[in-house]
Design a binder for this molecule. Structure first.
Ligand code: FAD
Length: 329
């Protein structure tokens, strides 16, 4: 039997979270190095169309559990379904998004299967000799990158933050096999019921922004974020921040980029008055093009910048805003 590399397809009301497709891209590389197969798990109610999407993003086979009990996310029935599939098909690897849902689910699955789980990995590769999965993530405050193995238990499990890996090309002509399975759990057996659902208004969409204008302590004062908001607005982007200014209360946590904030992958990242500590860089170093504005030519951010401006942001940003306004008019 070929080793199975599994990806859990996260969905809400039939809409897949893009991290699922990002993981299918990485799963293809891992399956190639293992001479294995890329397979996806789709759980929900009336979600068969997601199986077709999973094929387009590289799954060769989809295990589908379609049941009204799974019509909205609850830990118990979802964990029950995934654990049942793992026991039956014995995957080598199981990847989930490090989203609120994925983090909640992954721990329950790993506990039930008595296997290990590496959270928030930044790198995944197959050891060419042992064929074990090498799961890399920052440790000790981001000062080292730890390579974590799970040699004695299966599946080897990881959660991966959105935007850690690129979105693979989708090919809608790709076909695959759908394996239908029963959940085997009735509504009466589920302890948690949803009485109401109040969606949180999402004001910042950092992970999927194409342009991010990010501010750090070099801004000098919270009201200086107004300048960055204006530049971001003109460029159709979002405002990011370093942890220093989030901790100082200058801007809310949902704007934080980095190890303990969001991982981002925009086309353009403009770092304004950010020194570029490793914990910040791990969250933004995969941006396509990085522009850094800093008065200190030795600032570590310049090591990863594609374009470095050594200067005072209080002069550079207004000049940039002016230039963009002119270019647009
Ligand atoms: P500073 O390091 O103080 O840098 C300010 C920069 O502004 C300097 O480089 C300075 O030269 C420049 N500057 C000053 N005035 C001007 C001016 N007028 N014009 C232009 N430039 C100017 N940090 C994160 O960002 N995200 C995280 O998720 C994160 N997680 C962490 C997790 C752990 C466990 C730990 C220990 C730390 C974490 N940190 C994180 C903190 C990180 O180590 C840094 O302390 C933080 O990123 C520094 O923020 P900063 O660059 O805004 O501030």
């Amino acid at each position: 039997m070929k080793p199975r590399v599994w990806v859990f397809v996260e969905q809400e009301e039939g809409q897949a979270h893009p991290v699922s497709w990002e993981l299918l891209g990485k799963a293809q590389e891992l399956a190639r190095d293992l001479s294995g197969t890329v397979e996806a798990l789709v759980l929900g109610h009336e979600v068969e169309s997601l199986a077709r999407e999973a094929f387009a993003y590289g799954a060769e086979r989809v295990y589908l559990i379609d049941d009204p009990v799974l019509s909205y996310y609850r830990n118990q029935p979802y964990a029950h379904g995934v654990v049942k599939l793992c026991r039956k098909y014995q995957p080598e690897i199981l990847l989930l998004g490090a989203t609120t849902l994925g983090r909640d689910l992954a721990g329950s699955i790993a506990t039930a299967l008595e296997t290990g789980l590496t959270a928030d990995v930044t790198g995944l590769e197959i050891d060419p000799e042992t064929k074990n999965l090498i799961m890399t993530r920052p440790a000790f405050g981001g000062n080292i990158m730890a390579s974590i193995l799970c040699p004695d238990h299966r599946p080897q499990m990881s959660t991966v933050r959105p935007r850690t890996f690129p979105l693979p090309e989708s090919d809608p002509s790709r076909q695959g096999e759908i394996v239908r399975e029963e959940l085997g759990l009735s509504e009466e057996e589920v302890a948690v019921k949803r009485v109401d659902f109040i969606a949180k208004e999402k004001t910042v969409n950092l992970e999927y922004a194409e342009v991010i204008v990010s501010g750090g302590r070099g801004l000098g004062a919270p009201e200086k974020f107004e300048m960055l908001r204006e530049l971001a607005r003109l460029l159709g982007g979002e405002v990011g921040a370093s942890r220093a200014v989030v901790d100082a209360g200058w801007i809310s946590y949902e704007h934080q980029v980095g190890q303990t904030g969001k991982t981002v992958r925009p086309k353009v990242y403009i770092a304004c008055g950010i020194s570029g500590a490793i914990q910040h860089r791990v969250g933004m170093q995969n941006a396509d093009f990085i522009i850094a504005i800093n008065t200190d030519p030795q600032a570590p951010i310049f090591r990863i910048a594609d374009l470095g401006i050594v200067g005072d942001l209080h002069q550079v940003i207004p000049a940039l805003i002016e230039a963009v306004r002119k270019a647009k008019s």
